[in-house]
Design a binder for this molecule. Sequence first.
Ligand SMILES: [Zn+2]
Length: 170
Amino acid sequence: MDVVAHGLWGGALFCRRGRRQFFGGLIIGMAPDLLSFGVFHVTHPRWILLRLAGEISGPPAFSILPAYVFYAYNLTHSLVMWAIAFSFLWLFIKRPPWLFGAWLLHILCDIPTHATSYFPTPFLWPFPTPFVNGISWATPEFLLANYSCLIVVYTGIFLYSRKKESLPRN
Ligand SMILES: [Zn+2]
């Protein structure tokens, strides 16, 4: 799924808990991609400019991606690594780090929305992963359906919070 939609789904999970939790869910929901492809984009501004100018199309070719993108992608898109990090955080802060659920949602959403031809989700890494040949999130149909769902969900959250605010308080 695209990084913006990941962030919005992560934020939607936690927005009922207040603004800080919403932004926490938003950032953590985007983190797996920001820590892998995000680093590449920040360090290759020329690629972004050419992409925006329409001189190149599609995602970055495998040949121009540095090795760290592949390592970071494995690390950030693994349910195994997520479970280890979640457990350590839980031990460290002495309560379940629920916001980290936005990261889990990111991985779960990526599994069926990546084709095996380009970065299928290595959800069992470092163990052998039976890659899922999913529907690419970049197809116009999927983008339309995904953002339509996001609009419905955020409208529902907005209407629910307005209704709650209008109820008389004791
Ligand atoms: Zn991802």
